[in-house]
Design a protein around this ligand. Structure first.
Ligand code: HEC
Ligand code: HEC
Length: 117
């Protein structure tokens, strides 16, 4: 039997509005659900906005060179942490950056010594 009218194809199931799965992770080893929190920690550690490392509106893009610097930094932190015997994360971006994108290499000049009483 040939049906007289072609049946409407079943409506495609509505896509749930979940955040997109990351498609360009090369070094981060965090579950996709934790990406946002990790990115917030980068933002706060360096005292920058998301677009310091990302092309606006396209987080998967590698066109912002800061993103590749950040990748090298992620690997650097992973390598240092791997050297601790207890397997814990001791060194984070904040350990060096302290809210600054350019970590200091020396303390500020010493304040004049307080007069001794
Ligand atoms: C210090 C640089 C830096 C900052 C700031 C930063 N990101 Fe990222 N982001 C990265 C790097 C590096 C990757 C890729 C990691 C990898 O390759 O494993 C990434 C990946 C991502 C991804 C995954 C994209 C994909 O599809 O692969 C998302 C989403 C994202 N970032 C969102 C954010 C948001 C939102 C903010 C601000 C809250 C932010 N990022 C701030 C460096 C940064
Ligand atoms: C061992 C210390 C150290 C750790 C840990 C570290 N960084 Fe850095 N990072 C530096 C130093 C030092 C510079 C500045 C290099 C320079 O002046 O050229 C820098 C520069 C950067 C820059 C370039 C900033 C600019 O102004 O161009 C980015 C982006 C960055 N780090 C991201 C990160 C992220 C993300 C993490 C954590 C995954 C991280 N760093 C962890 C020391 C560190």
């Amino acid at each position: 039997m040939v049906p007289l009218c072609a049946q409407e194809p079943p409506a495609a199931p509505k896509q749930a509005r979940t955040p997109q799965a990351p498609k360009n992770l090369k070094v981060l080893k965090v579950p996709p659900a934790d990406i946002r929190a990790t990115m917030q920690s980068f933002r706060l550690a360096l005292g920058v906005q998301c677009d310091f490392c990302h092309v606006k509106g396209d987080f998967a893009s590698d066109d912002n060179p800061k993103k590749d610097i950040a990748r090298k930094m992620i690997v650097l932190a992973q390598d240092v942490n791997a050297k601790f015997p207890d397997g814990k994360e001791h060194v984070t971006c904040y350990t060096c950056h302290r809210g600054d994108h350019e970590p200091k290499t020396a303390p500020p000049p010493a304040a004049p010594a307080a007069p001794t009483p």
